[in-house]
Design a protein around this ligand. Structure first.
Ligand code: 5AD
Ligand code: SF4
Length: 452
């Protein structure tokens, strides 16, 4: 009887949905790997799942609200299928902890980002009729030995997580509380993962960390590998493997890293360098540990060392006590850098953060929104301008798939991370590099044709 029960559990179907940053999507691939080892299969349809996992984000209040709404839909599916297990993973699980089980009666499992190895055990507890929680954060866990199962993969591009947690103390940010202390992953396991991906046909990896520039690992021979060293190691896996990385921190990005990018043609000329604000006073309140001049100095270094580098950013509008003049400083730093892309947000106070404890969230909502709109409008103009500069030039593009609109067009990205769409011709296939001449552009896409 017991054996039968166990057998009937084999082949259970897992549905996993991810919110938030790339790191969360990457974590879901580790979670899938852990459960596939237990005999689970993944399914793209939550309605037929035995286990639903939501990998959540806490960065802004609306990210959490979206998850709460989605849980209602999963709850309805569970009413139809009472054996279904619903688990909340990731940052929101870590932030809300056991309260989740009180607040959301349909949730069976709550598990934080460092406790995924415990999932088989937590599922067993639920099978035994309990609800289960593990939100213990670790100083060591990097999941280095777990080979991620590539979910929703195009077979060409993949994420590799190189570190976890964050030791910065940005006053607006909840990540310090949800992802724990910073730790770097063994470089050998990172290189091995890149080699495996290349062998399996992948042609681009993105190295992920909250702050990749503070990557540091002391190997068994006592050699310290920093981020520049790691970047070179991964670039040397194969010249046909493109290497990207995210996120860089303005206080930590070194000229050594910039020279490493310049020295390797397969390390993409693209840096995501969150500025958050253009005002030195606001940056100080945000505890970003750099000021406007420092940031501009880093941008100048990028321009000097990697002349055609694309730079993107994150911007927050309406942080506590931000004045109209300080908002203008954000607009003027945007004019200075002319970002290729930006992620832009109105400030959202998060419980427990330094800003929530120390400062009044005193910029009225309508003012935050209006400032955000000004930032968005400016960015739209800059993105268009940057794309127009690329018309008439030839770009090396990695074909990632077909365009969303038509399978008569390929889509891929150039070195600077711009999306490029061009007609399918010749024998080229997904995963090939092609030279594409830019002929025109829309607001977000370069349109061209293959020239070789
Ligand atoms: N409110 C608004 N935006 C935030 N971010 C982080 N915390 C907050 C917050 N409390 C933004 C920052 C960060 C990006 C991932 O999200 O710009 O770089
Ligand atoms: Fe969201 Fe930040 Fe957690 Fe990523 S690390 S999922 S952005 S809260």
């Amino acid at each position: 009887m017991l054996e039968n029960q166990r057998k009937s559990k084999d082949g259970r179907k897992l549905y996993i949905e991810s919110y938030g940053c790339q790191m969360n999507f990457s974590d879901s691939e580790i979670v899938a790997s852990i459960l596939l080892d237990q005999g689970f299969q993944t399914t793209p349809d939550y309605k037929e799942a035995d286990v639903i996992f939501v990998n959540t984000c806490s960065i802004r209040e609306n990210a959490e609200q979206r998850v709460r709404n989605r849980l209602k839909e999963f709850g309805a599916a569970k009413l139809r299928n009472p054996g279904m297990i619903i688990g909340v993973l990731g940052c929101m699980a870590e932030r809300v902890k056991a309260k989740f089980l009180e607040e959301e009666k349909l949730v069976d499992i709550v598990v934080g980002p460092d406790a995924y190895r415990d999932l088989p055990n937590l599922i067993r507890q639920v099978d035994d009729g309990q609800r289960a929680i593990n939100v213990i954060l670790s100083r060591e866990e990097t999941y280095a030995d777990i080979s991620p199962v590539r979910l929703n993969s195009n077979g060409v591009t993949a994420f590799i997580s190189i570190m976890r947690g964050c030791d910065n103390m940005c006053s607006f940010c909840v990540v310090r509380f949800t992802r724990g202390r910073e730790r770097s992953r063994d470089p050998e396991s990172i290189v091995r993962e890149a080699e495996d991906l290349f062998r399996n046909g992948y042609r681009e990896v993105t190295l992920l960390g909250q702050n990749v520039d503070s990557y540091k690992f002391k190997d068994s021979s006592g050699r310290v590998v920093n981020f520049a060293n790691l970047l070179a190691l991964v670039a040397e896996v194969n010249p046909e493997l493109r290497v990207r990385f995210s996120t860089s921190h303005p206080k930590d990005i070194t000229d050594e890293v910039l020279h490493t990018i310049a020295a390797h043609s397969n390390v993409c000329n693209y840096i995501h360098l969150p500025v958050q604000s253009g005002s030195s006073r606001v940056l100080k309140l945000m505890n970003r540990t750099y000021d406007r001049d420092w940031y501009i100095n880093r941008v100048d270094a990028i321009r000097r060392i990697i002349p055609d580098c694309g730079i993107s950013t994150d911007i927050i509008t309406g942080f506590c006590s931000e004045t109209e003049e300080e908002h203008q400083e954000t607009l003027s730093i945007m004019d200075y850098v002319q970002y290729v892309y930006a992620y832009m947000f109105a400030y959202s106070e998060r419980p427990g953060t330094l800003a929530a404890k120390r400062y009044d969230d005193d910029v009225p909502e309508d003012v935050k929104k209006r400032r955000l709109q000004e930032v968005v409008d400016k960015q739209r103009a800059h993105s268009a301008l940057r794309l127009q500069h690329q018309v008439g030039k030839v770009h090396k593009v990695l074909i990632e798939g077909f365009s969303k609109r038509s399978d008569k067009d390929f889509s891929g990205r150039n070195d600077q991370n711009s999306m490029v769409v061009f007609p399918v011709t010749g024998n080229f296939k997904v995963g090939d590099y092609v030279n594409v001449i830019g002929e025109s552009c829309t607001s977000a896409t370069l349109i061209g044709r293959i020239v070789s």
